[in-house]
Each structure stands twice: as structure tokens, then as C-alpha cells.
Design a protein around this ligand. Structure first.
Ligand code: SF4
Length: 342
């Protein structure tokens, strides 16, 4: 199995943004204050992360996150890239990645990347529904994302797309339509961040005045599960589901409302395994009250669910007398087999 890249994150909170989108406060999310990060700070941060590296980790990649990278002044952008590229030249880092708004991806900006080892560009699409984008004050359209991904691919770059189910104006249909449209664009990877109300955002005001209602945690897990299946069916990697539980995001009052959970991705994978177990149990010719569920050892926590929730649900649903979860290294990941206990 290919190791996941070892990401060295360099946060540029809200830098290069033409305005503030209604849901966004990168300082609250990342814990980093906005303001120019100097070349020296970039160098120090990369060095500090490299000292953490263990030999089991995958390719080392410097990632500029939390802002609109192509929106930065060209000279400053290049000074950041120069610093990261120095580490690439020394063989200490394998590549560079960054996130950017779709409407800033231009032919000229991409040509300027030729001097650098950029491995992935992640586009913050958030939605592929123009009404949702407008209500979220994104100031770009779905077509901008389509055009950005096409341009990136023409320049031979790997692409990522970030989406945020549950934005203002979103419905189950618009969320799934966003998923289908993104899948058609066929990016290399996707991140799914169900919309959370963060303090000091316009969305917080709208939530407090009753103008915005976020998805419940249960609905967000269900929606994300459907999106995951959509992307998985097209072999598009879903590399993140739910906001990362940074120290700053976990501080009291920073998340005002919405489907934030420190183990959101685990909840989605557990929901997928619950469906799988139900499907397999329903297919039993002669259902038994004493069964064993066999999964790859990596999948045991996903099958059990948080606090063994899935196990309890299955026992209740099928009135089981005994249910064992048995790790089986011979099984591939994401497979599940049912046997009857003697
Ligand atoms: S969502 Fe992206 S473009 Fe909008 S304010 Fe935040 S970092 Fe800037």
C-alpha cells in the first residue's frame, strides 16, 4: 500500500482572499494569525517538521494552506515557492502543493509554476451550485471551477477539489449534484468539509439570527457517506472528511454550531461499515442468532463504530445472542464476511 504523503503545512490564513466568504475565518480554524509569513519563517517551519519525520512516512510535501495562493502578489508567491523549492533541490522534500480559489487559476499563473516542483493544486470549489455559491458570497461560479480543473490538467498538474456540503441554500439535491459534477471533473483527490459555523464569521450572525441552519451531525454523516460512495466509485481519493480538530478549533466557543466532530471521518467510515454488515446479514440464507463478522484488522474500529455503536445497533436490530468481530489479515480492506458461531 502506498504511504500517505508527509505534509508540512504552512498556513497563510486568508491571505490572497479578495474578500471574506461568509463561513470563513482561517485564524479560528488553523490557530494561525493572518499576516505575511516571511521566507525565514517558512524555512524554520519546514526544518522543524523535517526533524519530526520518521522513516515510515511517505513523500514529504510542503503545503501552503488556509488562503488563496494564486491571489497572493506574484513576487511574494514566488518568494514562498523559492523557499520550499530550496528543500526540494536538497532532496529533503519531494514536492509542493497549495490550495487556491478557482477564479485565480490562470494560464499565466500556471506558467509561472514551471520553475517549481508542484505536485498537487487543490481548488476550493465548495459547491457546484451557483445559487449556493452566491449566497455564500464566494464571488465565483461553478463554471470557474470547471475551467480551473481543465487548465490545471492541461498543465499536467494533479488536482484536488474541496467541497462544503450544507452551505447556505444547500439541499440534499444540490449537495448530491455538486458531488456528481465534481466526480465528472475527475480530480485526483477530494476533501469534504461539511459546513460548520465558526465564530467571527457572517455565518455566525446568520445562525444567531435564525437565517442559517447547519446540517445536523447525523445528516452530515449521511450526506458525506453518499458523496464518499460517489467518489469512490470513480476511484477518486477522498483524503479528508470533516475539519481537522486543531487545538484552536477545539477551544470553547470557536465552533458555534454545526456538524463538527473530532472523529468525523471515522463516523462516516463506521456508517459505511454498518451498511455493509446489514447487507451481509440480510443475505444470510439461514440467519443465526450467533454470528461473527470478519474484517481486515485495520477495519475493526470502523466496524465497531465509536463506543461500539455499530455492534449495539446490530445486536438490537437482529436480536443477536452473540456477535463477535474477528480480525482477518487475509481479507482485503473494506471487505466483510459473516460466519455462524458454533
Ligand atoms: S474560503 Fe478561501 S477564499 Fe474564502 S475567505 Fe476563506 S480562504 Fe479566502
Amino acid at each position: 500500500m502506498k504511504s500517505r504523503p508527509f505534509i508540512i503545512p504552512i498556513f497563510i490564513p486568508n491571505m490572497g482572499c479578495p474578500h471574506r466568504c461568509v463561513f470563513c475565518n482561517q485564524t479560528s480554524i488553523t490557530g494561525y494569525r493572518s499576516g505575511r509569513i516571511s521566507s525565514e519563517q517558512v524555512r524554520e517551519r519546514i526544518s522543524a517538521f523535517l526533524n519530526l519525520k520518521t522513516k515510515h512516512r511517505g513523500a514529504r510535501e510542503v503545503a501552503f494552506y488556509g488562503g488563496n495562493f494564486f491571489g497572493l502578489p506574484a513576487s511574494y508567491r514566488e518568494s514562498l515557492l523559492d523557499e520550499a523549492q530550496r528543500f526540494v533541490k536538497q532532496g529533503l522534500v519531494e514536492g509542493i502543493r497549495f490550495s487556491t480559489r478557482p477564479d485565480t487559476v490562470t494560464h499565466d499563473a500556471l506558467e509561472a509554476l514551471n520553475a517549481y516542483t508542484v505536485c498537487v493544486v487543490e481548488v476550493g470549489a465548495q459547491s457546484m451550485n451557483d445559487t449556493v455559491l452566491s449566497l455564500s458570497r464566494r464571488d465565483h461560479t461553478a463554471e470557474d471551477t470547471t475551467r480551473a480543473i481543465r487548465l490545471l490538467k492541461e498543465h499536467g498538474l494533479k488536482t484536488g477539489i474541496q467541497i462544503m456540503p450544507g452551505l447556505p441554500g444547500d439541499t440534499i439535491e444540490s449537495i448530491l449534484e455538486t458531488g456528481r459534477t465534481v466526480a465528472e471533473l475527475n480530480p485526483n483527490l477530494v476533501r469534504i468539509y461539511p459546513t460548520v459555523v465558526v465564530k467571527n464569521t457572517v455565518l455566525e450572525d446568520w445562525y444567531r439570527s435564525g437565517r442559517f441552519r447547519p446540517l445536523s451531525l447525523a445528516d452530515a454523516v449521511e450526506m458525506t457517506k453518499s458523496l464518499y460512495h460517489l467518489f469512490d466509485a470513480q476511484a477518486i481519493s477522498v483524503i479528508r472528511m470533516g475539519l481537522q480538530a486543531t487545538a484552536s478549533l477545539s477551544e470553547p466557543g470557536v465552533v458555534v454550531a454545526g456538524p463538527f466532530h473530532p472523529a468525523f471521518g471515522h463516523l462516516v467510515h463506521s456508517a459505511i461499515f454498518l451498511d455493509r454488515a446489514v447487507r451481509e446479514l440480510e443475505m444470510q440464507d439461514r440467519p443465526s442468532k450467533r454470528v461473527a463478522l470478519h474484517v481486515h484488522p485495520h477495519d475493526v474500529p470502523k466496524l465497531r463504530g465509536l463506543r461500539s455503536n455499530n455492534i449495539n445497533k446490530l445486536i438490537q436490530r437482529y436480536h443477536l445472542e452473540e456477535l463477535q468481530v474477528l480480525p482477518d489479515p487475509a481479507l482485503p480492506e473494506n471487505a466483510l464476511r459473516v460466519t455462524t458461531l458454533s
